[in-house]
Design a protein around this ligand. Structure first.
Ligand code: BJW
Ligand code: ZN
Length: 242
């Protein structure tokens, strides 16, 4: 299939679709000016995941890990949702049953108007205590890091999922339910990280037609029925056009 045929095939499947689910990754926020992880110039070029994105790293050097997140929060704060996020918010309104699974912690899907969203890897604007059940919602970047729990005095950590940590069971259940769909769009993710990538495989096994949107082939391309090569902010809006 040439590119215009692929877009046409994807649109055709979407037109008759009652149950649509979507998995997004860092690539959908790239056009909002937010760096991805594994692309050239991505976060893992300058930081080792085991030094900023594991519970062991936080235990060793909470200030360093918090600096990493505080810098990213500033970037997220200044960013705006892009046409890719907006297209998914519009699709949610057009399909009877819709669910968005995102690996992103940047809150941009919510800010674009998406409502039925599972944030598999958490949200940067929430913190939780490492010792007690205290949680906080942040409006801005913490003034000093690491922030301290007002209830017990221990450290607050970003409410995100690091390597080696279990995902929230409720989120896994919601994502698994979303895998029972007719069409599954996977957009802007390398598909390298599990169990997130596994949801695309589950949807495929459940009989979904898988549409991939990515600037390059990914680990999920081989199970995609249609691979749309291009930017989320350009390709996703094209899926809406009739
Ligand atoms: C564009 C674009 C544009 C760019 N338009 N496209 C099975 C096999 C192997 C390993 C494992 C496995 N199961 C579990 C593991 C271990 C591990 C894992 O997956 N490791 C692999 C990396 C090898 N997984 C875990 O540890 C998970 N927990 C778990 O399994 O618990 C169970 C357990 C516990 C204890 C013991 C054993 C089991 C947790 C994973 C947590 C991941 N956390 C992070 C950080 C979150 C917080 C934060 O943001 O800081 O999540 S890591 C990072 O990767 C982040 C992302 O959400 C995640 C995925 O990255 P993503 O979004 O795909 O970004 P990129 O950069 O990889 O890709 C961007 C893509 O966009 C590219 O393809 C570009 O081409 C494309 N692109 N611009 C369209 N404009
Ligand atoms: Zn506490």
């Amino acid at each position: 299939m040439n590119p215009s045929q692929s877009i046409a095939a994807a649109r055709q499947y979407l037109q008759g679709c009652q149950r649509l689910s979507v998995l997004t990754g860092a690539g959908i926020s790239a056009e909002s000016g937010i760096p991805t992880f594994r692309d050239p110039g991505g976060l893992w070029e300058n930081f080792k995941p085991e030094e900023v994105a594991t519970p062991e790293a936080f235990a060793r050097d909470p200030a360093f890990v918090w600096e990493f997140y505080a810098t990213r929060m500033e970037k997220f704060h200044g960013a705006q949702p892009n046409p890719g996020h907006q297209a998914l918010a519009t699709l949610e309104q057009q399909v009877q049953s819709f669910w968005l699974i995102t690996q992103n912690i940047d809150n941009l899907h919510h800010r674009a108007g998406s409502q039925r969203v599972t944030e598999l890897h958490g949200n940067i604007w929430r913190t939780r205590c490492v010792s007690c059940t205290h949680r906080e919602e942040l409006q801005a970047v913490p003034e000093s890091v690491p922030p301290i729990c007002q209830q017990c005095g221990d450290l607050m950590r970003p409410d995100v999922v690091w390597f080696g940590e279990m995902l929230d069971l409720k989120n896994i259940e919601a994502a698994e339910a979303a895998c029972h769909c007719e069409v599954f769009i996977v957009a802007g993710t390398s598909g390298e990280v599990w169990p997130a990538a596994g949801f695309c495989h589950q949807a495929k096994a459940n009989g979904a037609f898988v549409i991939e949107v990515n600037t390059q082939p990914s680990a999920l391309s081989e199970i995609a029925d249609v691979s749309l090569l291009g930017r989320c902010g350009e390709v996703l809006p094209q899926l809406l056009e009739n």
